[in-house]
Design a protein around this ligand. Structure first.
Ligand code: NAD
Length: 515
C-alpha cells in the first residue's frame, strides 16, 4: 500500500491472534503472508477470514469488491522461505521462549538485513527473545489484544537493544490500520497486563479475607463505582470466568515473581486452589459462577428489609458529613445532632481506607455502620450503596441500616469489615499500580491511560480515575489501608504521593509541563 511504512507484512502463526493480525492489515490494504507449522491451521484461518470478510460485506461495512481485494492480499505460504521479501514479520506462535528464539534466528537468515521482526508475546521478554539474534536492534514487541480487529490498541515494545526507527515505523503502521499505538519499555506485563494486576487480584484478596461473596464484589464494581456515569462492564470474577483462571492465574503469578515478589502484585491462594480444581470459568462450565447452556447462574440478591421511618442516625464528623445528613433525611431517617450519639441512634462513619472497627474507636461499636462515600451516594442519584459493619455491630442495627439506605430503591451491599470497603480498595490499587508504571517510565502517562482504557475496557484510564477522585483522597485510602493492615502492598508509591502533595494531575510528567 502506498504510504505504508512496510510493503509486505508476514505473520507466523495462524491461531487466534495471527488470523486477527492478518485481517487487520489485509483490510488496511497491506500485502500479507501467512505461515503456520500446521497447514490445517492456515486453511482454517483462510476459511474463517473469507467468512469474516463476507459477513462484513453483508453488513455493509465493506464493499463486496473490498472484501475480495482484502482476501486477495493474503498469501499463504508453506515454508518460512515465503517471508524472504517481507520487510516486517509478526510472530504469533506458541508462548514459549525457546521456540520463539529459534524462530527469530531462522527468520534472520531469511529476511533482508533491514527487515523488522516483532513478537506478539504477552508475557515473555522481548530483550530475551532478541538476545539470540544477530541484529537485536530490529526486534521489538507488537502486542495486540484479542480479538485484534476490535481491540484497537497495540503495545509497541522497546527491548533493551531495539533501535528507534523500527519503533517509529511500527507506530505509523498501527495508526494506518486504525489502531492506537502505545510505546512502552520491555518490562513484565508491558502496560496493560501490568496495570491489570489490581482489579482481579485485589478482589480475590477481599474474597480471601471474607469481606463479601463473589456476586457482592462483582455487583459493587459494576454498580457502585461511578466515573461520570460509567463503571466496570464486568465484575472481576465474571471477567476471570470469561478469560479463564487457567490463563489469568499464571499471569498473576508470573508478574509477581518477575517483580521479585513485590507485595502489590501478590496473587491470592484462592486462584491456585481453583486452578488445581479445574474451576477455570465458562470453558469448564464452572468457575466463580456456574454456567448452564452458557448462561451465568447468579444468586438472586436478597431484598432489603423495610425502612423504619424516623430511624435516628448520629453522623461522625468528617468531609462527607453534610452530604450524609442530607441523605439520611431524604431517606426518611432523622439526624441525631447531639454532641455524642443518643443511646438509640445508629452511629454512621464514612472512612476512607480505614475499616469500620478503626473508625469506631471511641464510639459504641455495637451501633457503628460504615458507608462508602468515595463514589456518588446521594438519594435517588446512585444505583448502589455499600455499607459495612464492625464485628460487634448488632444484627438489629445491620437490618435497620440496610432498610434505611435502600429506602429510595438503591440496592445496598453489606460487607464484613474491610480496610477500604471494596470499591475504595480496588480502585485505589488500580490508580496506585498505574502510578508505579508511570514512575518506572514504562510508558508516558497519556499512553498508560490509553492502553488501559482500550486494552482492559475500563471506564477511564487509571490515572484519569485518580484525577477524577482526587489524588489526595486516593492516597488517603491507601494510607488508611496500610495503617490498618500493615501490608506494604498498600503503600501509595512515589508518583502518586508527589502529585497528591503538590496538588497536580496524575497525568503530569516530571518535566513541569502541564498535561
Ligand atoms: N490469545 C490471546 O488472547 C493473546 C493475546 C495477546 C497475545 N497473545 C500471544 O500471541 C501468541 C499466539 O497466541 P494465540 O492465542 O494466537 O495462540 P494459538 O494457539 O491460537 O495459535 C498459535 C499458532 O501457532 C502455531 N505454531 C506453533 N509453533 C509454531 C512455529 N514454531 N512456527 C509456526 N507456527 C507455529 C500453532 O500451530 C498455532 O496455529 C502467543 O505468544 C500469545 O501469548 C495471545
Amino acid at each position: 500500500m502506498s504510504g505504508s511504512p512496510f510493503k509486505r507484512v508476514g505473520v507466523v502463526g495462524a491461531g487466534a491472534m495471527g488470523r486477527g493480525i492478518v485481517q487487520l492489515y489485509a483490510q488496511a490494504g497491506c500485502d500479507t503472508v501467512l505461515f503456520d507449522t500446521q497447514p490445517a491451521a492456515v486453511t482454517a484461518a483462510l476459511d474463517s477470514l473469507r467468512d469474516t470478510f463476507g459477513k462484513l460485506a453483508e453488513k455493509g461495512r465493506m464493499t463486496p469488491e473490498g472484501a475480495a481485494a482484502a482476501m486477495a492480499r493474503i498469501t499463504p505460504v508453506d515454508a518460512l522461505q515465503g517471508f524472504a521479501d517481507c520487510d516486517l514479520v509478526i510472530e504469533a506462535i506458541i508462548e514459549r521462549l525457546d521456540v520463539k528464539r529459534d524462530l527469530f534466528m531462522l527468520l534472520e537468515s531469511i529476511v533482508a538485513p533491514d527487515a523488522v521482526l516483532v513478537s506478539n508475546t504477552s508475557s515473555l521478554s522481548i530483550t530475551a527473545i532478541a538476545a539470540a539474534c544477530n541484529r537485536p536492534e530490529r526486534i521489538a514487541g507488537y502486542h495486540f489484544f484479542n480479538p485484534v480487529p476490535l481491540m484497537k490498541v497495540v503495545e509497541v515494545v522497546r527491548g533493551a537493544r531495539t533501535a528507534q526507527d523500527p519503533i517509529d515505523r511500527l507506530v505509523a503502521l498501527a495508526r494506518m490500520a486504525g489502531h492506537a499505538p502505545v510505546v512502552c519499555q520491555d518490562t513484565p506485563g508491558f502496560i496493560v497486563n501490568h496495570a491489570g494486576r489490581a482489579f482481579g487480584p485485589e478482589s480475590l484478596k477481599a474474597l480471601h479475607e471474607g469481606v463479601a461473596d463473589v456476586p457482592t464484589i462483582d455487583r459493587i464494581l459494576r454498580e457502585q463505582v461511578d466515573f461520570r456515569g460509567a463503571a466496570f462492564k464486568l465484575g472481576p470474577f465474571e471477567l476471570m470466568d470469561l478469560t479463564g483462571l487457567d490463563v489469568s492465574h499464571p499471569v498473576m503469578e508470573s508478574i509477581y515473581h518477575q517483580y521479585y515478589e513485590e507485595a502489590r502484585y501478590r496473587p491470592s491462594v484462592i486462584g491456585a486452589q481453583r486452578v488445581s480444581a479445574g474451576l477455570f470459568g465458562r470453558k469448564t462450565r464452572e468457575g466463580f459462577y456456574r454456567y448452564e447452556a452458557g448462561v451465568q447462574q447468579s444468586p438472586v440478591e436478597p431484598p432489603a428489609p423495610a425502612a423504619t421511618p424516623g430511624t435516628p442516625v448520629w453522623i461522625a464528623p468528617g468531609e462527607a458529613r453534610a452530604a450524609l445528613c442530607a441523605l439520611v433525611e431524604a431517606l426518611g431517617g432523622r439526624v441525631d445532632d447531639g454532641a455524642v450519639a443518643a443511646p438509640d441512634s445508629i452511629i454512621l462513619v464514612a472512612p476512607l481506607g480505614l475499616d469500620a472497627t478503626t473508625a469506631s474507636i471511641g464510639l459504641d461499636a455495637r451501633r457503628v455502620v460504615a458507608i462508602d462515600t468515595l463514589f456518588p451516594f446521594a438519594a435517588r442519584a446512585c444505583k448502589r450503596r455499600t455499607i459495612m459493619f464492625t464485628p460487634a455491630t448488632t444484627p438489629q442495627v445491620r437490618a435497620t441500616a440496610h432498610g434505611l439506605f435502600a429506602a429510595d430503591g438503591a440496592r445496598v451491599s453489606l460487607l464484613n469489615d474491610s480496610a477500604g470497603f471494596i470499591a475504595q480498595r480496588v480502585v485505589a490499587m488500580i490508580v496506585c499500580i498505574a502510578g508505579e508504571i508511570a514512575q518506572q517510565r514504562v510508558a508516558s502517562p497519556a499512553d498508560i491511560d490509553t492502553a488501559v482504557r482500550l486494552g482492559l475496557g475500563y471506564p477511564m484510564g487509571p490515572l484519569a480515575m485518580g484525577d477524577h477522585l482526587g489524588p489526595r483522597r486516593v492516597v488517603q485510602v491507601l494510607e488508611g489501608m496500610l495503617a490498618v493492615t500493615g501490608d506494604p502492598r498498600y503503600r501509595p508509591g512515589l508518583w502518586l504521593s508527589r502529585r497528591a502533595k503538590l496538588g497536580l494531575s496524575l497525568l503530569q510528567g516530571d518535566d513541569g509541563v502541564a498535561p
